[in-house]
Design a protein around this ligand. Structure first.
Ligand code: XIL
Length: 302
């Protein structure tokens, strides 16, 4: 196949990109998106501060724009993200425990019901663990007030809100075997043992020279898959250029394809022009929408 989406589809996978609604008026952005990708993730538009900036007032306009664009072209949509410490409006952190619990559950329920039937996978909880060797939870309003049980509660609420959506836990620096990924692994193992709903784990996969593609990337994906969940590469970008960057991208794609439960790959943007990495060039298309060597490596690997 001659596009990323079609090549991935031949392997039973999707190949997606993070999309920003405010670029959907830019012709080369849209044509690259429509030609190459068959899944989208709203880059910011489904975050709590975008959808429920004021308690109880839900603003779906920008996210709807992306979902409508995708649906009218037969692309899948990943939902990102329901419960996260970042891009969280200040009012959430100001609530007492009982109010916070109902606000969290209401947010999950309202957002998932709005998009019911339109989202293949939801990042229900994002980045709940600390970096480093402790394997501990990260401080957040949810963690600090609701305790360790907030993740389980979020997933149970999510299952009830849209039973057909795949429910994912998503994080970064969990791409190889390390203390943080061990902590996520233990969470997933516990959920599966106790029948807490969870269907997938997302590996953000933001790589750079300080944090390259781990040598045990495939083994780590496989150990999670062996717990009985799908795995997805959810926010892939790799700093660098030329052959080195291309080789790293090829390695990521080959690792996913080698794990039968690795169901898809999403790159965190369409073009270097709009990457969240300031001044960086971590994506598959350059600032003029030309295919980079990394693009060729991905297509060849698929
Ligand atoms: C980033 C977006 O790309 C930026 O536009 C925004 O300013 C900050 O968030 N982990 C995540 C993503 O789960 O939501 C983040 O996206 C990147 C890190």
């Amino acid at each position: 196949a001659s596009t990323l989406g079609a090549a991935a589809a031949e392997k039973g996978r999707y190949f997606g990109a993070a999309v920003a609604a405010n670029h959907l008026g830019e012709a080369p952005y849209v044509s690259t998106l429509n030609t190459e990708f068959n899944s989208v993730t709203p880059e910011n538009e489904m975050k709590w501060d975008a959808i429920e900036r004021t308690r109880g007032t839900f603003t779906f306009g920008s996210a709807d724009q992306i979902v409508n664009h995708a649906q009218s072209r037969g692309m899948k949509v990943r939902g990102h993200t329901l419960v996260w410490h970042s891009q969280l409006p200040g009012w959430v952190g100001g609530l007492g425990t009982a109010d916070l619990r109902s606000a969290m559950n209401n947010h999950i329920t309202q957002v998932m019901q709005h998009y019911k039937g339109k989202i293949h996978s939801w990042d229900v909880v994002n980045e709940a663990f600390q970096d480093g060797s402790s394997g501990a939870r990260r401080s957040s309003p949810f963690q600090d007030k609701l305790g360790d049980g907030f993740i389980e509660e979020a997933f149970r609420t999510a299952r009830a809100a849209d039973p057909a959506a795949k429910l994912c836990y998503n994080d970064y620096n969990t791409d190889g075997v390390n203390a943080k990924s061990n902590a996520v692994y233990n969470l997933v193992r516990d959920f599966k043992a106790r029948g807490v709903p969870i269907d997938c784990v997302g590996f953000q996969s933001h790589f750079n020279s300080a944090s390259p593609v781990p040598s045990d990337y495939q083994a780590n994906l496989q150990r999670f898959a062996n717990l009985g969940v799908d795995v997805q590469i959810t926010e892939l970008d790799i700093e660098g250029s030329g052959t080195a960057q291309a080789n790293s991208y090829g390695n990521v794609v080959r690792a996913c394809l080698a794990v039968s439960r690795c169901t898809g790959i999403t790159v965190w943007g369409v073009t270097d022009k709009y990457s969240w990495r300031p001044g960086g060039t971590p994506l598959l298309f350059d600032g003029n929408y030309n295919k980079k060597p990394a693009y060729g490596a991905v297509l060849t690997a698929l």
